[in-house]
Ligand binder design. Sequence first.
Ligand code: PRT
Ligand code: ZN
Length: 286
Amino acid sequence: MSEKIKLAIQKSGRLSDDSLKLIKECGINVNNGKGKLTSIAGNFPMEFLFLRDDDIPGYVADGVADLGIVGENVVLEKEKNVQVIKNLGFARCRLSLAIPKDREYTGIAYFDGLSIATSYPKILGRFLEKNNLKADIHEISGSVEIAPNIGLAEAICDLVSSGSTLFTNGLKEVEVLMRSEALLIGSPGLNACKKEILDRLLFRVNSVQTGEKNRYILLNAPNASLDKIISIIPGMKSPTVLPLAIEGWSSVHSVIGEGEFWEVIEQLRAAGAQGILVVPIEKMVI
Ligand code: PRT
Ligand code: ZN
């Protein structure tokens, strides 16, 4: 099978490091040396295209790339014919409307008749239309936050993550239009061979993501408390229980969700568990 699947990832920017990290965690070697626009994985039927994020939906829709990793915000703005295959959970942010912080915000009608600077004219246009508002959209490609200060617009619609850029520019966030994260997108017409490669990739991505969401837990427990402890950490099938060298004690091994970690530890201690170890899981195949 000589066919390769072409994956477009951002050349340099906020998506690049996490995209490459995911690929590497999937055991795929990627050589993204400086200035490279394409490269071929040594150990998986995959070719990489390193592009500006704005171009990724178009390349994927046209089939120049088969797959792409790009923010949901860009996918919605570009309105290209691509399929969303998977949410990847990184590069989280929101697209929000913001106004000078000394203005009183009176609700969404505040924006009626204003001029708003943004790099997302289509998403903003749809939002205004849905809310029956008319506003003057100024499309600019960068440094949107300075628009109100230089008199270019009265409000902005831009991406926010920590909120510190808005704060340092004397603005406040008043409406969230959408929340975004990185997505794996695909061409609508992948052939059977490429679909098979995609399935292999997805199996690996799922194993990495499941591993990240879980922790391996080891603890010692008096045999009298085993039933109670096993009911707290049921594990994938059931926990592993091994006798300790000391009479009357066992070692219990299991898997717990990262989100329930502290609560579970408290319950385990209350049930008599000792010497609790929690370790990260690199990959997990269910
Ligand atoms: O060169 P290229 O076109 O490829 O990259 P780019 O400059 O257009 O995009 P880049 O690398 O800045 O962002 C890529 C993607 O990362 C975006 O499309 C989003 O999906 C996602 N992302 C996540 C963000 C942010 N967080 C983010 N905070 N993209 C941009 N920002 C900017 C925002 O525009 C604002 O200027 O960061 C500033 C706000 O950050 P805070 O933390 O101060 O709120
Ligand atoms: Zn861009």
